[in-house]
Design a protein around this ligand. Structure first.
Ligand code: UD1
Ligand code: CA
Length: 453
């Protein structure tokens, strides 16, 4: 069976300078969902029909191991299939809509099985929408036999129509597909509608059937921004349901955004307004508090990520507590049982086990050992205006509050730094470094000042 994905439409209803099929659900463009689903079936050839003038789509699909076919002008879905026809070799064709991304592999498999079992010449995947929509309607006669598909713009008498809708997904035998050549232009829209093939095939005595094998939460077609957001919700619901079945707790499943590529361990609790993105893996027994965004990161077991924290491309080991209001930037590794507190930013740094930076710090380009205490307001001065430099802090160091570490600099094992110090050279093992002007007290100064006024 050959697969043809129709993706050459202009997508004008999106009102966007970006092609419709490149709009994303989570981080993945709509068209990639459809192609991935088709690929998962291991069918021989996948052809994606695209518009040659929409360069962004052409470029996007370049490295995608599919064959692209040009539809020179977007003259409708029938014309799109016609453009692909000369390239197709098989006697059966699976047609997918490029804007129907939530389709599941399992549904396609049962659709194909039903087509084969019923020995029909054309099968239509249908569904019953529960909202106002613009899908084509499937019209059956008294014997439930399919007569034709009517597009929403051509529906005149709403009441006489069944509510069964066309998903735009079909399997056609080659002889039926050839009938696209006979489809005439729709007078209202000036387009060639693939759906008109149903009436033509019927008149020629081919056997057709429509199968309502899924709900709209799987077959939604994305034409507008409203449908894009609805599809995202549907996919979110699907993902969250799966994680709940695997033992994850959500305070409110309707208020989290979890990419299908994310994994979450058992007994983890997720608060509202959490975004888990990309290749993120969350361990078991974690708590992710509200307003957290984690992207492309690994969080081991028993970690707590407190409110309003951002973590990107980083690794947090077990038992650590991060946040609230922490910013963990790319290439950071935080050890076991660490404490990274409020208003702490860590960038491209490795932090050893049991280390604490509990308040108001910037740690950049640093290597920090185990059981280090970093006092409030400590800053690594990693940038000299031209280059970034490293700060190395060895095990069991104590850094007093409000310290500036002017990199490159090393603080050796067990050393102490007095609060308020600016450290510009190496601090030897087990020593105390202190670099602040000694305090001077002028007695009676304040009293005198008050008396003057
Ligand atoms: C289409 C169906 C409708 C069905 C709905 C399901 C037709 C006439 N109507 O309507 O019955 O309920 O899908 O979602 O087929 N495309 C091209 N070339 C074109 C025009 C479109 O490749 O010239 C592609 C689009 O990129 C899109 C798909 O075909 O991926 C469907 O086109 P769209 O305009 O979205 O059709 P609908 O109005 O949604
Ligand atoms: Ca559509």
């Amino acid at each position: 069976m050959d697969v043809v994905v129709l993706a050459a439409g202009l997508g004008t209803r999106m009102k966007s300078s970006m092609p419709k099929v490149l709009h994303k659900i989570f981080e993945k463009p709509i068209i990639e969902y459809v192609i991935d689903c088709a690929k998962s079936l291991n069918l021989s050839n996948i052809f994606v029909v695209i518009n040659p003038s929409i360069k962004k789509v052409t470029e996007h699909l370049e490295n995608y191991e599919i064959q692209t076919v040009f539809q020179d002008e977007p003259k409708g879905t029938a014309h799109a299939l016609l453009s692909a026809l000369p390239y197709l070799k098989s006697d059966k064709i699976l047609v997918l809509n490029g804007d129907t991304p939530l389709l599941r592999k399992e549904t396609l498999i049962s659709f194909i099985e039903t087509f084969n079992k019923d020995k029909v010449d054309m099968a239509i995947l249908s569904f019953y929408p529960k909202r106002e929509h613009s899908y084509g309607r499937i019209i059956r006669d008294e014997d439930k036999k399919i007569k034709r598909i009517v597009e929403i713009t051509d529906i005149e008498d709403e009441l006489n129509l069944s509510l069964e809708a066309n998903s735009g997904i079909y399997i056609l035998k080659r002889e039926v597909a050839e009938l696209v050549k006979e489809i005439r232009e729709n007078p209202k829209k000036g387009e060639f509608y693939l759906t008109d093939i149903v009436e033509i095939a019927n008149n020629k005595g081919f056997k057709l059937e429509a199968y309502p094998l899924a709900e709209e939460d799987e077959l939604i077609g994305i034409n507008t921004r409203a449908e894009l957001s609805l599809a995202k919700k549907y996919l979110r619901d699907r993902v969250v349901k799966e994680w709940m079945e695997k033992g994850v707790t959500f305070y409110d499943p309707s208020l989290v955004w979890i990419s299908p590529s994310v994994t979450i361990g058992q007994d983890t609790i997720i608060y509202p307004n959490v975004f888990l993105e990309g290749n993120t893996k969350i361990g078991q027994n974690c708590i992710i508090f509200q307003g957290v965004r984690i992207k492309d990161s690994i969080i081991e077991d028993n970690v707590q990520i407190k409110d309003s924290t951002v973590i990107e491309s980083s690794y947090i080991k077990s038992g650590s507590k991060i946040g609230p209001f922490a910013h963990i930037r790319p290439q950071t590794i935080i050890g076991k049982e660490c404490r990274i507190g409020n208003f702490v930013e860590v960038k491209k740094s490795t932090i050893g086990d049991g280390t604490k930076a509990a308040h108001l710090s910037y740690i950049g380009d640093s290597e920090i050992g185990n059981n280090v205490n970093i006092g409030a307001g400590t800053i690594t001065c990693n940038y000299d205006g031209q280059k970034k430099h490293k700060t190395i802090i060895e095990d069991n160091v104590f850094i007093g509050s409000d310290t500036q570490l002017v990199a490159p600099v090393r603080v050796c094992k067990g050393a102490y730094i007095g609060a308020g110090s600016t450290i510009t050279k190496e601090v030897p093992e087990d020593s105390l470094a202190i670099s602040r002007t000694p305090q001077k007290n002028i007695s009676g100064w304040a009293k005198k000042r008050r008396e003057k006024n």
